[in-house]
Design a binder for this molecule. Structure first.
Ligand code: BV8
Length: 224
């Protein structure tokens, strides 16, 4: 059994599928900074605006196709004779649609809906409305199943456990600006893992090796 590989991905993995990264979108949407839209306070203040933002993101994700980098990661997971843990900050489902299994969405999924009254989760309709009743408790406290800024990321225990049981940490297409994900490469180093960054341009964080280039080139090259 070969040593475990821990792969953290960010918006750069899906950029060539046409999904804009946060930096490319210069963090703006309808004249609002993403950080101002992707927060529980924003949802409290103007739920319709936030639902519109995620309805747009959901439609874009549904219309996008997995690219060669998603497919290479799914192939690695299928062929490698050790554990491959795919942790993504992305809220799209392109890794799943390329055949990857057990993808850990630490910032949630735009294809999911969550009832903040009873914690029930279900597949989100393409157009979510604030008034949509929860299919379980009937209350109208439904929101996209997304981890907003200021909220606790999902699956942190599983992520910690996977890091402790891996030999290699690979960061793909993330600027390393958002915590706690941005701290994983340092945790990996402290745990003695080798660290590799695959990015269009180096994020500047410390890695044993960096390979620059678009994900659809550098990820399949690295996997093969
Ligand atoms: C938390 C869902 C406590 C929403 C997202 C001050 C200092 C430090 C931290 C903080 C601070 N103030 C507040 C914080 C905490 C905050 C944070 O880090 N803020 C930042 C802005 C400073 N974090 C939080 O609030 C988190 N929660 O801390 O809770 C806690 C922590 C641990 C344990 C318990 C409690 C919650 C953060 C989650 C927010 N939700 N997403 C949505 O998607 O709408 S974050 C969102 O932005 C994305 O999910 C993603 O994570 C992030 C953007 O990052 P990237 O994916 O890296 O994208 P980016 O555009 O930045 O970079 C694109 C990259 O792609 C670049 O590197 C580029 O080179 C590359 N690229 C581009 N094209 C290509 C490419 N690479 C390859 N090929 C290409 N073609």
């Amino acid at each position: 059994m070969a040593g475990g590989i821990f792969i953290l991905s960010g918006a750069g993995l899906s950029a060539e599928s046409g999904l804009r990264t946060f930096r490319a979108a210069d963090g703006l949407w309808e004249d609002h900074r993403v950080e101002d839209v992707a927060t529980p306070e924003a949802f409290e203040r103007d739920p319709e605006l936030v639902q519109r933002f995620y309805n747009m993101r959901r439609a874009q994700a549904a219309a996008a196709m997995p690219n060669a980098a998603h497919e290479a990661l799914a192939k690695l997971q299928a062929d490698y004779d050790g554990p491959v843990t795919l942790v993504t900050q992305n809220v799209d489902d392109l890794l799943e649609r390329s055949g990857a299994r057990e993808v850990i969405h630490m910032h949630g999924s735009v294809m999911g809906a969550l009832c903040s009254a009873c914690d029930h989760r279900w597949a989100a309709p393409m157009e979510m409305r604030v008034s949509d009743p929860c299919p379980s408790c009937g209350m109208s406290h439904t929101r996209p199943d997304i981890v907003w800024f200021g909220e606790i990321p999902y699956h942190m225990d599983a992520i910690q456990n996977a890091l402790e049981n891996s030999d290699l940490f690979v960061s793909i297409g993330t600027s390393g600006m958002v915590y706690p994900a941005a701290g994983f490469s340092q945790m990996a180093r402290q745990l003695g893992l080798k660290t590799l960054e695959l990015n269009l341009e180096a994020s500047g964080a410390m890695f044993d090796a960096v390979i620059e280039g678009p994900a659809t080139q550098v990820v399949p090259d690295w996997v093969s």
